[in-house]
Design a protein around this ligand. Structure first.
Ligand SMILES: [Zn+2]
Length: 71
C-alpha cells in the first residue's frame, strides 16, 4: 500500500489529530476499525513540541470516494 504524505497538522481537525476521525475523509472511526498511521511529532516555530495520532479508514477505496466528495 502506498504511503501518502500526511496533510499538515494545521489543516486537520482536533478529532483527526486524536485519531477519532479519518485523516483523509474525516469520517468518524469505529474503535478498532481503522489503520494507525503512526505517532507524529510536530515541532512548531513557536511553542512546545507535541504529538498527534493520525488514523485512516480500513476500507481505503470507500475512504477515497468520501474524500473526493468532501474536497
Ligand atoms: Zn477515511
Amino acid at each position: 500500500m502506498p504511503v501518502r504524505q500526511l496533510p499538515p497538522v494545521n489543516d486537520t481537525l482536533e478529532q483527526q489529530q486524536r485519531g477519532w476521525a479519518c485523516i483523509w475523509c474525516r469520517t468518524w472511526l469505529p474503535v478498532g476499525l481503522s489503520t494507525d498511521l503512526g505517532q507524529q511529532r510536530v515541532i512548531p516555530e513557536t511553542g512546545a513540541a507535541y504529538l498527534w495520532f493520525p488514523r485512516e479508514c480500513l476500507n481505503t477505496a470507500a475512504c477515497a470516494e468520501r474524500e473526493a466528495t468532501f474536497r
